[in-house]
Design a protein around this ligand. Structure first.
Ligand code: AMP
Ligand code: ZN
Length: 136
């Protein structure tokens, strides 16, 4: 299903033009309009899924295989020194477009980007409690 007011549904299905790097029946890969680095790309499913929880398993497999293929090809062509594969779910996590997507972000030495988190601190007891919360 496509969502009427979703910009990524429109881009993925070609209603809004984009710089397309790859397209098949299920996915379109485009260049991000506000790139973090040279070649920053997005993998968009053509069907509308708001986030990873809604994404069916077979599409999740397809998306990760496509990410792997694109990253290898882009890394070679762009002569990237590294790559970040980023995927945000929910506003709090930084998601701004509520249509599932992978960010493929080529990295270059001294590209000035900082796609990291601030390391925190935790005790062994706290870790044990969190582990139990998740696994019990
Ligand atoms: P996120 O914050 O994870 O939801 O990422 C949304 C991404 O979509 C951002 O990196 C935006 O720059 C990008 N973006 C938004 N609108 C467009 C557009 N029309 N074409 C290409 N990329 C877009
Ligand atoms: Zn959509």
């Amino acid at each position: 299903m496509r969502k009427e007011d979703c910009i990524f549904c429109k881009i993925a299905n070609g209603e809004i033009p984009s710089k397309t790097l790859y397209e098949d029946e299920q996915f379109r890969v485009i260049l991000d309009i506000s790139p973090a680095t040279k070649g920053h790309a997005l993998i968009l499913p053509k069907e509308h899924y708001a986030n990873i929880y809604e994404l069916p398993e077979e599409k999740a497999v397809g998306a990760i295989l496509l990410a792997k293929k694109m990253m290898a090809e882009m890394s070679e062509k762009l002569k990237a020194d590294g790559f970040n594969l980023v995927q945000n779910n929910g506003e709090t996590a930084g998601q701004t477009v509520m249509h599932f997507h992978f960010h493929l972000i080529p990295r270059y030495q001294e590209d000035g980007q900082h796609i990291m988190w601030k390391p925190g601190t935790v005790t062994q007891d706290e870790l044990e409690g969190i582990k139990n919360l998740i696994t019990e």
